[in-house]
Design a protein around this ligand. Structure first.
Ligand SMILES: Nc1ncnc2c1ncn2[C@@H]1O[C@H](COP(=O)(O)OP(=O)(O)O)[C@@H](O)[C@H]1O
Ligand SMILES: [Mg+2]
Length: 335
């Protein structure tokens, strides 16, 4: 069930039959039960008997951006490989647009695009040729492929580099070309495996801006990342994964509110026992490397006042997904 807030204007608004309307004052909340665009149920995959993905289940609604967030080795790429038919799952089921990935891969590839973690562009071809060749795989007619390629090159800001060969491109340009290439068949679902790993901050921002634009256009997205800022910014919902399993799943805001609270206080290299009075007062504390994290929730002003009296070095900041990860998994995301 997804919730929308709508303003009713002069023209009639039509909703599906199973729409639930709730009116409170001048606000109308509309709940629409939607078929998920992607549904994964009990997905499992081992390599030589070593589990990489263990019974993973999640769904993605149409036009939703869903993130798999986890450290290296969590099983993110394996999950994606199972969905795109690059790896055969040992167990479980996955449907994309109602089609079973075990039996309908060809049709699924016509409605999904993938940006893999590893650069798999053809180094002998130019930027535009990479798009043309990919378009022809889908059986798109030549004139149409060229028209789409022109538009996509503008979209990913590579129009001025169209004649360059792949080895002449920076990391950010290659990633944008991979995104452009994945869009040549006008997919309804875009799957992105670590879209900004290895990019400098400016290149990352450019990729994020393109992904936000796709989101505005209603493209359903599944992305993996080990950057909590990326997940927090782009994802409507996300799952934190570790050792092939999902630990928690929700919206970024809800995960932070539920597991951490609004703010975090960090004690930097505190003397032994410095956090004990706080944990004894019922405040959650987590130790990681030389920092002790306090999640004081509604006791924040009190904690800050007490700390300023002790002379311990500390800093207070808004809570983020990395704190959620630390609490749930017990170590940092970039371990
Ligand atoms: N082709 C493969 N052969 C053997 N082991 C693999 C293969 N691909 C991944 N693994 C292992 O599976 C686990 C999950 O890997 P992966 O799905 O790549 O995680 P992530 O993308 O989250 O970093 C890791 O322990 C990794 O070493
Ligand atoms: Mg990976």
């Amino acid at each position: 069930m997804r919730k929308f807030r709508v303003v009713l204007g002069p023209s009639p608004v039509h909703f599906p039959d199973d729409t639930a309307l709730r009116v409170r004052g001048s606000k109308v909340t509309v709940g629409v039960a939607m078929e998920p665009y992607l549904a994964v149920d009990g997905l499992s995959k081992s390599y030589d008997g070593v589990p990489a993905v263990r019974g993973l289940s999640f769904t993605i609604s149409p036009a939703e951006t869903y993130g798999l967030l986890g450290p290296n080795g969590a099983g993110k790429s394996t999950t994606i490989s199972c969905l795109y038919g690059l790896v055969r799952p040992d167990a479980g089921r996955a449907l994309i647009g109602g089609l079973d990935v075990r039996t309908e891969l060809r049709r699924i590839k016509a409605l999904a695009g993938i940006v893999p973690q590893d650069d798999c562009l053809d180094p002998d071809l130019s930027v535009e040729e990479n798009l043309w060749v990919y378009g022809h795989y889908f059986g798109i007619e030549s004139g149409e492929v060229r028209r789409r390629a022109d538009e996509l090159l503008r979209f990913v800001e590579l129009a001025d580099h169209r004649k360059k060969k792949v080895p002449e491109l920076s990391g950010g340009m290659r990633r944008r070309l991979l995104i452009g290439r994945a869009l040549i068949n006008q997919p309804k679902l875009l799957i992105l495996d670590e879209p900004t790993t290895g990019l400098d901050p400016q290149a990352r921002h450019l990729v994020w801006s393109r992904l936000r634009e796709l989101k505005r256009r209603g493209v359903t997205m599944l992305l993996t990342t080990h950057y909590m800022d990326e997940a927090q910014m782009l994802c409507d919902r996300l799952a934190i994964m570790d050792h092939g399993r999902m630990s928690v799943e929700s919206t970024p805001r809800e995960l932070i509110d539920r597991h951490v609270g609004a703010s975090v206080v960090e004690l930097h290299a505190p003397p032994p026992g410095a956090a004990r009075p706080f944990s004894e007062a019922g405040i959650e504390t987590h130790e990681f490397e030389d920092i002790v994290y306090l999640f004081p929730r509604d006791q924040t002003p009190d904690v800050l006042r007490k700390l300023s009296e002790t002379g311990v070095a500390f800093a207070s900041r808004p809570a983020n997904l990395e704190d959620v990860f630390l609490k749930i998994v017990g170590r940092g995301l970039r371990d």
